[in-house]
Design a protein around this ligand. Sequence first.
Ligand code: PLP
Length: 390
Amino acid sequence: EFPQSELLNQLPKQFFANLVAKVNAKIATGADVINLGQGNPDQPTPEYIVKSTQKWVADPQTHKYSLFRGLPAFKQAAADFYHEQYGASFDPEKEVAILGGSKIGLVELPWALMNPGDLFLLPDPGYPDYLSGAALGQVEFKTVPLKAENGFLPDLASIPEADAKQAKFFYLNYPNNPTGAVATKEFYTELVAWARKYHVGIISDFAYGALGYDDEKPTSFMEVPGAKEVGIEFYTYSKTFNMAGWRIAFAVGNADIIEALNLIQDHLFVSLFPALQYAAIDALKAPERDGEIQKLVDRYQSRRDAFLGAAKQIGWQGFVPKGTFYAWMKTPTGMTSEAFADLLLEKVAVAVAPGRGFGKYGEGYVRIGLLISPERLVEAVQRVGKLNLF
Ligand code: PLP
C-alpha cells in the first residue's frame, strides 16, 4: 500500500468532477444531453497557427531543450503585444514569464511567494482552481464577495481592514469566470491605490481578456499606471486562440513576482517545446490575428444574444455578460443551484454548472457555457421552459 501524502489529502475536492460524472451517467442512458456545464472552447485553433506550428515542428532546431525560462524572442513578443494592446511596457527578461498554461502559474504562485500560514484573498464566486494553490502553498485564504449590485466587482471599502493588512496577495479575474462581468479602468485605478495602501500584491487573471462584447475591449489591469509595481497579469492562449489543449500562456508584471514564478518553474519544468513557442510568437504577430479574434468574439456574441433572447421568453433572468463565453443565470426561487442543475439534467437532459461550485456567493445562479451553436442553445432554453419554473 502506498498512502497518499498529507498534502495531497488537503487538496480541495474537485466539485466539478462530480458534475462530469453525473453528465456522463446521463449520456450513458442514451439521452441527448445538451451540455452547457463546461468551459472548453469548441472552435478549432486558427489555421494560421496550426500551419505555423507544422512548419516549426519540421525544423530539427526545435527538437532540443530550450532555455529553461523560454525563448527570449517569445518573451519579447509577449512584451510587444502588451505594449501594442494596452500601452504597458515590460522588460522581456525580468518582467515576462513563459508558462505551460496559466493554471500552473496561478496554482504555484502561493507556493513561490508565501509562507505557511500567510493569507491571500480570493474572489467569491471564482475559478475553483485558485483554491489548489492555497493547499499546495499551505497558506490561508479568505474570500471577497462579488455581488450583483456592484456589477460583480469587489467592494474594496468593505474588505475588513485587518484582512487587507494581513493579506499578501489578492486574485482577481476580469472578464470574470463565472459571471461574465468586466472590470473598468476606474475600478483598477482604485485597486492600485488600495494595493499600495495595504501592500497587497494583485494577481490579475486575464484568461478571457480578448473576449469582450458590444464592441468593448476588456480593460487589462496593466493599462493602469502603477499596476506593474503592485502585481502581475496572466495571459493565456487557451481562449483567445482556441488553444486550451496546447497549454501555453505567459505572465507579465512585477519583476519580483515573475522571478519567484521562474525560480519555482526551474525546479519543476524544462521550458515548453520550442516549436510551440515559435508558433506562439507567430500567433501574436501574424496579420491574421485580429480578424480571427474578431470572428470568435462575434460568434460568442451571437450565441449570447440567442441564448438570452430565448431565456427572456421563458422568464429566465440572468446577468448580461460583457465578456467571457459564459452566461450567469438565476435559479428559480427557493431552489439551490445544485438542485436546479440536477433537475435540469434529470428531466430535460440539459447540463449546467451550479453556481455553488464557484463559492458561497455563487449560490442562486448557474453558469451556462456558450460553447455550442445558437440553435442548440435555444433548444436548451426551450427544454428548460417546459418545466415552467419561472
Ligand atoms: N483562469 C480562468 C478564470 C479560467 O476560466 C481558466 C480556464 O478555464 C484558466 C484560468 C486556465 O487557463 P489555462 O488553460 O491557461 O490554464
